[in-house]
Design a protein around this ligand. Structure first.
Ligand SMILES: Nc1ncnc2c1ncn2[C@@H]1O[C@H](COP(=O)(O)OP(=O)(O)O)[C@@H](O)[C@H]1O
Ligand SMILES: [Mg+2]
Length: 157
């Protein structure tokens, strides 16, 4: 299942994330790809807010720490593998426990660790269109990710 949409503001990107959040279950994996500034962290902030992470749970890009964990209605494991770039190192660090665990995993620069990800994952490619526009391409690859994509109701083609 594929769905594409162009958002015209950070809030619109976060609204897509909120729709997805409403269907999230433990063990779901969301793989984000796209250049720097294309909206991956912005999307994650929207997801975390919709899952009930409060003001105090500030969501920042974990580029320098590899992983941030937020507690919402379920744990959110927010990875940024930009500086890692090696699936084996990532697995050695214990990623599997989170990938098949009690929360949702959301991974920035997921293409760098694609081999280590479960086959059933929601992939989102972000593209910078203009100052305030981002093109989002969502692809599901199994029943879990399909449950997530099917929640997105506006901007579908
Ligand atoms: N439609 C949009 N969707 C998401 N972010 C947008 C949009 N328009 C402008 N922006 C801005 O683009 C930037 C995206 O940054 P960020 O989410 O950190 O990107 P990444 O994590 O992919 O490097 C933010 O400053 C955000 O406010
Ligand atoms: Mg980021």
């Amino acid at each position: 299942m594929k769905l594409e949409t162009t958002t015209d503001s950070p809030e619109a990107t976060q609204a897509v994330a909120a729709q997805i959040a409403s269907a999230i279950e433990p063990g779901d994996v969301i793989a984000l790809c796209g250049d720097l500034g294309s909206g991956k962290t912005c999307f994650t902030q929207g997801l975390a807010a919709a899952l009930g992470v409060g003001e105090s749970g500030v969501v920042n890009s974990p580029t320098f720490v590899l992983l941030n964990v937020y507690q919402g209605r379920l744990p959110i494991y927010h990875f940024d593998t930009y500086r890692l770039g090696d699936p084996d190192t990532w697995l050695d660090l214990g990623a599997e426990e989170m990938l098949y665990g009690d929360g949702v995993c959301i991974i920035e620069w997921a293409d760098l660790v694609a081999e280590a990800l479960p086959e059933d994952r929601l992939s989102i490619e972000f593209e910078h269109v203009s100052m305030n526009e981002r093109h989002l391409k969502l692809t599901s690859s199994g029943p879990n990710s399909e449950r997530l994509v099917s929640r997105v109701t506006f901007g579908s083609q």
